[in-house]
Design a protein around this ligand. Sequence first.
Ligand SMILES: [Fe+2]
Length: 323
Amino acid sequence: MTLLDIETERDELARELVRAAGALAAAGVTADTVLARPDTGLAAGTRARLAELTRPPAPGVGYRVVKGLFAAFGEQGPTATHWKDVDRARTARFDLGLTLVAALHGEVFGWENQQDGHIVHNILPAPGYETVQVGGSSIAPLTWHTEDAFHPDRADFLLLACVRNPDGVGSRIATTGAIGLSPEQVAALSEPKLVIFPDASYEDDVAGGRASQGMATLWRRDGELCLRYDPTYTRLLGPDDDFEQAYADLGRRLDETSVMVPLSDGDLLIIDNDVAVHGRGSFQARYDGTDRWLKRVLVRAPRTRPAAEQHEHGFNQLQVRAV
Ligand SMILES: [Fe+2]
């Protein structure tokens, strides 16, 4: 396929997605209810082509970008100053389109305690959160993290669709493929020596006082090195010099090998949450309706994770799934 062919294919599929989402929205269907329906209005052939266009990153790659797929949804209104204030009726078609694409790659879910349990999360800067390590931050860079690293059923893939990013604030990505740790360091980091707690975007205070079991930072699936990492919300279970040294080296290597992924309006960023960690540079929010705005959907794919994770309590955070 030439670049022109790819763009033609993308534009055709984008039109189909807008059409299907428009029909669903007109019928009162939302991103929270669409996956419970037997028919989403996308033909099987269109679904297959969309699945190929938005396919997850190849093993070891960690992320990929589909340029401009959501541009066809047009203007979404001003950026709100809190996720609660997003006009969900106005963005219903965009949200439906993103959810339909996400559902091609696994089971789409949200969290009861995050953004009122909605399937589509709005990531935008919010007054008062400028320096907090959550998606509503701005002045403080968002540090490396695996999305929802605290939970054994965290997403396999994140889909981030860019509504607007007028200042070109980059999303940072680092993957395990390039970290180059020694076998001894990988072995040390594969031991369950720490606990990762839920971040501050979860409404309940679930972090305090619960008995916790250890979590491993690295493991392998089919030979591929996988990562579970969120140092901001991590507590070591005990002093361990070798582990702490390896953990510090891992952080340094992620910094050194990271890439800045530019996102423009309508771009779709797909992140493999087991292979890549992500973050964001700092920026100055204006709160005038023009700030950076991403929409996020979480997907669980039928892949295996270490057996030890199956016994974790996940801090009692419950997922919302379409049934
Ligand atoms: Fe994140």
